[in-house]
Every structure is written in C-alpha cells, then in structure tokens.
Design a protein around this ligand. Structure first.
Ligand SMILES: [Zn+2]
Length: 393
C-alpha cells in the first residue's frame, strides 16, 4: 500500500467565481503554500487530475444541466439552472474548471478503490450543494456525489459520508436519499438560521434508506465543546451500526468563529481535532479507507490555510504541533497580497495548542446542543437498532 494520495494541480485555481465572490481560490493556493512551507508535503508527489468526462458527470447531473453549464459563458442572461445568480455567477471555462474539481475527487476515489492508497485528499472538492439539475451555494458540479456513485459501481456497497461544513450537505443527501447503500451524516448550523434551509433531524431518508440520512442541526454560536459533545453522541454509534467500507468526509471550515458567512464558533484547534477524529473513525469503522475533500471556508487568510494544512497533515500522518509558528515566507507572501491582513502567528487559536475538551452527552448536564442530540437520536437510532435514550448507545 502506497502512502496517502494528495490530489492537487494549480489548474484547480481556475474554479473562480470572481474577485468579489467569497469562494475565492486564493484559499487553496495559500493552503498549499503553508503546508509546503511547514514541510507537510515534503516528498509527497501530487496526483494530477483530469477533468471528469460527461458520462461521469451524468452520475450526479442531468445531461440538460451539463449542457447548460457548457453553454453558459456564451449564452445570454437567462441561462436558468441556478446559473448567473449572485451565488453562482457564470465564468469563463466554467464547465472545464468544474469538471476538473470532479475529476480530482474521482481520482482520489479511484486510488482507494484500486487498493493503491487507503486515504486520499482533495482540498478543492466538497461542492456539496450542487443538485442534479442546478447549481447551488457556489457549487456547479457535485464531486462528492459523482465519486460516491462511482465507488458504488466499483466494489463498494456501504459508503458513509460525513459532512462537517457549517452548511447542510443537501446535494449529497438528496442524491442518495432513497439509497440504503449510502449513509449521509451532516452536522451544521440550524436550517432556521442558515442556507440552504434544510437538514432537520426529521430528514432521515426514505423507503429502505430510512435512517440512512442523519442530520444534526446545531444552534448558532455552538463552540468546539458543544460541537464535539453532539458529534460523539451520534456519529460513532451510527457508523458502528452501519459498518461502512469507506468514509467520505466533506471538511468545510466555515464553522469557524471568524467565518463571515455563518455563525458557529469553532476554532482551528477544533478543526484539527475533527480531522484526527475522522482519521480514527476511518480506522475503527471503515477498514482504514478515508476520502477527504474540502468544502466551504471564507476566512481566506486567517482560517482556511491553517485548518486545511492540519487536514493534509492528518491524512498524511504528519500531524503539525498546534504551537508551531507560521513560517515567515508564508506570512510575507500574505502581507504582500493583503498588506492590512491580521496574519495569525501560530497553527493554533488557543494559548497553548490544547485539543478542545468537551463533556460527553448523557452525563446529566444540560447543554444547549442536547435538544438537537435528542431529536437526532430519536429520529434515527431505532432504525439502526440503537436505543436513543441510552447514553451507552
Ligand atoms: Zn459551507
């Protein structure tokens, strides 16, 4: 088994919705630069992706939609399909750039399916809002859906998708809502208060897939401790019951307290702990197979590069000590680009780099996230043979 696969090509920076758009590819560039400067990527050959071909895109999207994306840059103002809106503006080479993102996640999936790697990571992926026939939430093509669909045709029939982006993973949930082979789990800020307005505990999948969609909507301002309390009250039990052959994780970092588009209150240390936990869960519950993709994250300088450097490091088993200072070459690069930026100085948000602590659900305490925990457990636990009221489950 070779070392973990890191998919990257600067061509991925072409997925650019415009200089004034929050989804700015500079976040990917600064991440790769930071990870490189810290030595995380030393001697790691990048896997260079090819754009996904139409037949692969059809796993997630209608032919009519793919054609609309292809034509959009040449079309008039009324292209439909969610395109040409403030969230999803049309840009040059939109189809090609979007297909490359899909091809990247697919390449990671393929390496794992072929047994050439146990883990793969594509920080440019995670476009979880794209729907079958329309763009949504900055996402044109849904790389997660294409990769999972491909895995289902290549030897996998129990796939767990865990989405820790601050927004509900609605596009992935919708694609597999009646497919019992795919377990989708999403932790996100409560849909009352945030796009896309779905992801309630009662959305559990349909038919034979009842219980295979798991949603844990968290109150605004939830911090690391509350997030982990909720996560551990639901996710390990469901994964143990489902017994996936692979873990696919969407690792959006817009859950950070400084993110301008949402209102959860996690830290970079919380993100690092999420990745370390997902790695552990892949080993414990999914035969070690882990396909990690990026996602949202709009604090382009202070948060995304550090958090996803921790992601890359975790996938590679090269964990970075949180107290590590940021390399001067990286800081200078940022200041040359954004002279007024308040550049962080270390790989932690805390005073000493400690992992966030949390108390376990069922300890008799009453935490603001416990209503969400109870609702989600009651909605899905019985469908997995688990007791929603027993903290040991
Ligand atoms: Zn998001």
């Amino acid at each position: 088994m070779s070392s973990p696969a890191v998919v990257w090509d600067p061509a991925l920076l072409a997925y650019n919705l415009g200089d004034d758009h929050p989804f700015n590819p500079v976040r990917l560039d600064l991440t790769i630069r930071l990870a490189t400067a810290l030595g995380v990527l030393e001697d790691v050959p990048f896997l260079v992706p090819e754009p996904a071909v139409a037949e692969q895109l059809y796993r997630a999207h209608t032919a009519e939609y793919v054609e609309a994306v292809r034509q959009a840059p040449m079309a008039g103002w009324d292209v439909g399909h969610g395109l040409g809106t403030p969230d999803n503006p049309v840009f040059t080479d939109m189809h090609e750039a979007s297909a490359l993102v899909v091809g990247s996640t697919l390449l990671g999936a393929r390496r794992i399916a072929e047994g050439r790697a146990l883990r793969a990571v594509n920080i440019a992926g995670g476009l979880h809002h794209a729907m079958g026939d329309r763009a949504s939430g900055f996402c044109v093509y849904n790389d997660c859906v294409v990769a999972i669909s491909w895995l289902l045709d290549h030897g996998f029939d129990r796939i767990a998708y865990v989405d820790t982006d601050v927004h509900h993973g609605d596009g992935v949930q919708a694609a597999f809502y009646s497919d019992p082979r795919v377990l989708t789990i999403s932790l996100h800020q409560h849909p009352f208060t945030l796009f896309p307005g779905t992801g309630y505990a009662g959305e559990i999948g349909e038919g034979a897939a009842g219980g295979r969609a798991v949603n844990l909507p968290l109150p605004p301002a939830t911090k690391d401790a509350g997030w982990f309390r909720a996560f551990h009250a639901v996710v390990p039990s469901v994964l143990a019951a489902f017994r996936p052959q692979i873990l696919v994780t969407q690792c959006g970092v817009d859950s950070h307290v400084e993110d301008p588009l949402a209102d959860l209150s996690l830290t970079v240390d919380g993100h690092r702990a999420i990745y370390r936990t997902l790695r552990e869960f892949a080993d414990t519950f999914a035969e070690g197979r882990w396909l990690a993709v990026g996602g949202g994250g709009y604090q382009l300088i202070r948060v995304v590069p550090r958090s996803w450097t921790h992601l890359l490091a975790t996938v590679l088993d090269r964990d970075v000590d949180p107290t590590t200072p940021l390399p001067r070459e990286w800081t200078e690069r940022v200041l040359a680009m954004a002279p007024k930026a308040e550049v962080p100085t270390r790989m932690t948000d805390g005073p000493d780099g400690a992992e966030p602590s949390f108390s376990r659900w069922g300890d008799g305490m009453d935490d603001p996230v416990d209503i969400a925990v109870r609702d989600t457990r009651r909605a899905v636990f019985p469908l997995h043979g688990l007791d929603p009221d027993d903290p040991r489950d």
